[in-house]
Design a binder for this molecule. Structure first.
Ligand SMILES: [Zn+2]
Length: 390
């Protein structure tokens, strides 16, 4: 289905429908006239048929009779024309509903395509995908306008719905939000800082193309409401940001836009870091967050907030301690090159097989259970002691 053809078809139906409606109005007028002609003819017949004392009719009965027949025939033809007009109106109405359901089906399919396109908006094809998304939204909205016009033409009050989706409506150029625009204008400063640090410390682990990719391609600043739309069921109030391996979404309504931009960009560059996906769960999730936040702190140096702002603060401090003994190179290589086994071998070689898994689990549990944090601290203390030969 091509949206332009649908629009054309709808316009034709609206035009033919309007003609049929005018025909109906005309027929109803004619019908009224025909009814009064008929009653006049009956009156005349009645008058002509009156008889005097001798029983003779006073007028032209046959003539009056003929007028009655004529008026009856005219009335019938008017009734037929009206019936035809009404049938045409009904037929056009059902054709209009057919077009409306085509538009609905089309937009339902395209909504699905829209989500896939947004996911597919990969690094290389990002620009094309963005254009596809824009075109798609334009076609879908044209469909909605056509639908509203068809409904209005049938006397049904309808306002065209507007499709909006992730990249279609949010981003630098589209946003009317002052916080969002100011976040974009500050991005180049943050970017220079990040790039400088990354090149200096991580160039051995990140490929240059990835490292030099402009952040404007991957960073999307959004407000709380847009965050809500993007996350759907996963939304929780005051989320600072998230990264979906394609883009980093940063909440501009938090006080930590720069910190979050650095954090999410690290997720972007490390594509999963030391996390491991298993069938039923994700391993090393909070250890990965701890490293991400630790590297955020390394990148921002003195500009990193003094008091812990992030949910990952405790795990960040644990990673910091662990890295002090382990060496940052090992942690960075494991993180940027997706090699959790490097950390695992290091920990297990000192504290025995299975210790890393227990530590990783303790990191994950510590988010909800403080006692798991104590367990993690104990393991890290043992590791540091063993490493330092204490
Ligand atoms: Zn994170």
């Amino acid at each position: 289905m091509k949206i332009n053809e649908v629009k054309q078809k709808a316009e034709n139906l609206i035009e033919v429908g309007e003609q049929a409606r005018q025909q109906e109005v005309y027929c109803r007028g004619e019908l009224d006239a025909a009814s009064s002609q008929l009653s006049e003819a009956y009156d005349m017949l009645d008058y002509a048929s009156r008889t005097n004392e001798k029983g003779e009719t006073q007028g032209d009965v046959a003539g009056a009779q003929a007028r009655v027949y004529m008026a009856q025939a005219h009335l019938e033809s008017c009734e037929r024309a009206l019936r035809e007009a009404l049938e045409t109106i009904e037929r056009i109405k059902s054709q209009k509903y057919e077009v409306i359901s085509q538009v609905d089906q089309y937009n339902e399919t395209e909504s699905g395509n829209l989500s896939s396109l947004e996911l597919l908006r990969s690094k290389k094809f990002g620009e094309n995908a963005a254009k596809f998304v824009t075109d798609l939204l334009r076609r879908m909205n044209a469909g909605e306008e056509t639908k509203a016009r068809l409904l209005n033409s049938m006397g049904i009050a309808a306002v065209a719905a507007t499709f909006q989706a992730g990249m279609g409506t949010i981003g630098q150029d589209q946003s009317q939000n002052a916080d969002v625009r100011s976040a974009y204008s500050g991005l180049s400063t943050t970017e220079a800082k990040i790039r400088n640090h990354n090149q200096r410390y991580y160039s051995a682990y990140i490929n240059p193309e990835e490292m030099n990719r402009p952040m404007s391609e991957s960073v999307v600043f959004v407000n709380e409401n847009e965050m809500k739309t993007l996350l759907g069921d996963d939304y929780e109030p005051n989320i600072l940001g998230f990264n979906d391996n394609v883009r980093s979404y940063i909440n501009v309504e938090s006080s930590y836009v720069i910190e979050t931009t650095v954090h999410e960009n690290l997720h972007q560059l490390s594509s999963g870091g030391i996390m491991q996906s298993e069938i039923f769960n994700v391993k090393n999730e909070q250890m990965n967050e701890g490293i991400t936040e630790y590297l955020t702190k390394q990148t921002l140096g003195a500009e990193y907030p003094q008091s812990g702002y992030s949910l990952y603060d405790d795990n960040m401090i644990r990673i910091q301690k662990m890295t002090g003994a382990m060496g940052s190179q090992l942690v960075e290589e494991a993180y940027f090159q997706n090699k959790p086994e490097l950390i695992q071998q290091e920990i297990d070689s000192h504290l025995g097989s299975g210790t890393f898994d227990r530590l990783s689990k303790a990191f994950d549990d510590s988010i909800r259970h403080p006692e798991a944090g104590i367990l993690a601290n104990n393991i890290i203390n043992e590791y540091v002691s063993s490493k330092l030969g204490l």
